[in-house]
Design a protein around this ligand. Structure first.
Ligand code: FE
Length: 347
């Protein structure tokens, strides 16, 4: 297989001014995403470009630690991380480099990328997930959780459950809400949520959904793909959980539902910069979007691309209004929001 491909690449190189022996190129990707469907995507990139992919899998924190430890000697070309807050934190540590790409500019909405500078853009989102509200219809009315702002309403006293406020998913959501409401109202909103807690924050998003189903909580915040996993689960007890709860895409009548990203950036010390940019452009293609987004039950990030996902449809994710506050504002507000969380006692 590899031999046959080499022959094609050599023929191409000989017949044109294409870079010689492109098949010798290797792209080193440090990835915090591991889904089976990703393999087809990577293989297709190699088949169409001749660039072999060498992947290092770790979790987000592990990748950042490794990049820092390796410094200028790092072989990493592309870095795949999950959540704008993590992207922004890695960016602030100087682990990425800005790139210029007309293809990415055209394909990916600017609000799903780092702020553009004269040198270009560092990180880019390639799939989106919405941060939605799940509630118990026996205890809470849909109209009382239609907006994120209402999560601080005393009406919901003793009902709210969430994972830690400092978790990147919440830091990102809270940062965009603070961006919209301003500091004073934003902090009051965080305090109101603390006053409404059914229990101290603990666990992950799936734990919150389960706790609503069991009656321990009345309202919870979760990323859409966790709910999608339960909907698609082959365990009847998981599907029973999803039948017991209802989901709301908040702020449909106003600013839109908060969406976050899984994304990529070119590493600061990339040795294969051009191939790295080429890979990022490939990720924005409709073909790659289908695999990248659907592999984790996420929405496509590229304009005009819709992935076909039954679970997302079931929860009403087929056509919702998404927030357009730039995710770059997460980078700007993150530290401030963490200080607010400390002040209001949001664990
Ligand atoms: Fe997650």
């Amino acid at each position: 297989m590899k031999l046959r491909f080499s022959a094609v690449a050599v023929a191409l190189a000989a017949a044109s001014t294409l870079p010689a022996l492109a098949q010798d190129k290797v792209l080193n990707i440090y990835s915090a995403r591991h889904y089976q469907t990703d393999e087809v995507m990577y293989d297709t990139f190699t088949k169409t470009t001749g660039i072999r992919i060498n992947r290092v899998d770790a979790d987000d924190a592990g990748i950042v630690a490794r990049l820092r430890a390796e410094g200028a000697a790092s072989p990493a070309d592309v870095v795949l991380l999950v959540d704008a807050a993590r992207m922004a934190a890695a960016d602030a540590q100087g682990l990425f480099q800005p790139i210029k790409s007309a293809k990415l500019d055209a394909a990916i909405p600017a609000n799903l990328r780092a702020a553009a500078t004269a040198d270009g853009v560092t990180w880019t989102g390639f799939s989106t997930r919405a941060r939605v509200v799940v509630y118990d219809p026996l205890r809470v009315k849909a109209a009382d959780v239609a907006n994120y702002e209402q999560l601080a309403d005393p009406k919901l006293k003793g009902l709210l459950c969430t994972r830690s406020g400092s978790h990147p998913y919440n830091l990102s959501l809270f940062s965009t809400v603070v961006e919209r409401l301003g500091d004073q109202k934003g902090e009051a909103w965080l305090k109101g949520m603390v006053d409404n807690m059914a229990r101290a924050p603990k666990g992950g998003d799936t734990d919150q959904i389960r706790a609503v189903a069991s009656g321990e909580c009345g309202v919870a915040i979760t990323n859409t793909y966790y709910l999608a996993r339960l909907i698609k689960s082959n365990k009847p007890e998981d599907r029973a959980v999803t039948e017991r709860v209802r989901v709301v895409f908040p702020n449909q009548g106003t600013s839109g539902t908060h969406v976050n990203i899984a994304g990529a950036a070119v590493a600061k010390h990339a040795k294969n910069r051009d191939a790295a940019v080429q890979f990022m452009e490939f990720l924005a293609s409709p073909f790659a979007q289908e695999y990248f987004a659907n592999g984790n039950n996420e929405f496509a990030a590229a304009k005009g691309v819709k992935v076909d996902n039954s679970a997302l449809k079931t929860m009403g994710g087929d056509n919702f209004k998404a927030e357009t506050v730039p995710l770059a504002s997460v980078a700007k507000n993150m530290t401030k929001v963490q200080q607010m969380l400390d002040r209001v006692g949001f664990k």
